[in-house]
Design a protein around this ligand. Structure first.
Ligand code: PEP
Ligand code: MG
Length: 325
């Protein structure tokens, strides 16, 4: 089986009827790029920059961040690299960032809210990202977006930083794409509005499931509700992809679900453009994608979307996938 899987290392990522999609990887440091390239990853779909800020006593400065981002985009070469701005999740704490203890951290001062609330940190990171954009195919992504204002405020900051860099004669890519994570029900519900101002979407199912189902992703007592196979979550994913495509922007997924063999045919049917998974899941994901024709995937999705519960959907998908082998 290992040998059969190996055959997928060099091949393009496509369905059985040759519909190509992009298969990228999630990373947490510049050192992870090597594993991505070795695994056959076609780019970086999510660089979680929060790890650069953790386990230290002061934030990394512009020079340090720039070096890391530049190394990543250079190592990726022709491949695209999506770098997410600082996203200290409700489950993480970083002393020097001055985040107070909150009653409901997952609903609190996090993600893009924190970035915009601390322009001192945010501008340093954005400047480092802009400078690194001169060295490869860098895209900037914002976490935990819930409204268009967050995107507009970020664009305003970027314009100002670009003007500064231009004046200083520092190279950067003027058209560096700015995209957002779709990981809140608010963003999913206004995906059509956000798509007009965003250059790409990436669906973050880890949080989208949590917020859609109102289930703390770390609470075992309610873990039985935490599934991307809930009809609510699947409808949300389907409509986000549709909204992105109606506006002509690509839609990816960087949550765990992108590597879930049960979801893969559904994501293909919905038209997902890019899957971003851990480097160790690249071959399995590419093989899972290759098993379906788009027609088969669409038939399966049509049936699944008629079902009324996560359990029913799970049972239906498991049987269908077993049958399909
Ligand atoms: C997600 O929420 O799906 C995601 C990819 O972001 P994180 O897991 O870092 O919250
Ligand atoms: Mg998230």
């Amino acid at each position: 089986d290992r040998a059969a899987l190996e055959a997928f290392r060099e091949s393009p990522t496509r369905t059985a009827d040759h519909h190509e999609v992009l298969l990228c990887c999630n990373i947490g440091s510049d050192q992870d790029v090597k594993a991505v390239l070795e695994s056959g990853g076609e780019g970086i779909g999510l660089f979680r920059t929060e790890f650069l800020f953790m386990d230290r006593s002061a934030p990394p400065g512009e020079a340090e961040q720039f070096e890391i981002y530049r190394r990543v985009v250079e190592a990726a070469g022709e491949r695209e690299v999506i770098i997410r701005t600082l996203d200290i999740g409700g489950d993480k704490a970083v002393g020097y960032l001055g985040m107070e203890r909150e009653e409901n951290p997952f609903l609190g001062y996090r993600g893009i809210r924190y970035c915009l609330g601390r322009p001192d940190f945010f501008s340093v990171q954005l400047r480092a990202l802009l400078r690194a954009s001169a060295f490869g195919r860098l895209k900037i992504m914002l976490p935990l977006v819930t409204c268009a204002d967050e995107l507009r405020q970020t664009r305003a900051i970027l314009s100002k930083l670009m003007a500064d860099l231009e004046q200083e004669g520092v190279p950067f890519q003027r058209g560096v794409p700015l995209g957002i994570m779709i990981e809140t029900p608010a963003a999913a519900l206004i995906a059509d509005i956000l798509a007009r101002e965003s250059d790409f979407f990436s669906i973050g199912t880890n949080d989208l499931v949590q917020y859609t189902m109102a289930v703390d992703r770390g609470n075992g007592k309610v873990a039985y509700l935490y599934s991307p196979l809930n009809p609510s979550v699947l409808r949300s994913i389907r409509s986000v992809i549709r909204a992105g495509h109606e506006a002509g922007i690509p839609v990816g997924m960087c949550g765990e679900s992108a590597a879930d063999s049960r979801l893969i045919p559904l994501l293909l049917a919905f038209g997902l453009d890019e899957f971003s998974v851990g480097a160790s899941s690249v071959l399995e994901t590419r093989r899972a994608i290759s098993r379906w024709t788009l027609t088969e995937a669409r038939h399966l999705a049509d049936e699944v979307m008629k079902l009324s519960s996560a359990d029913g959907i799970e049972a239906y998908l498991s049987a269908a996938i077993e049958d399909h082998r």
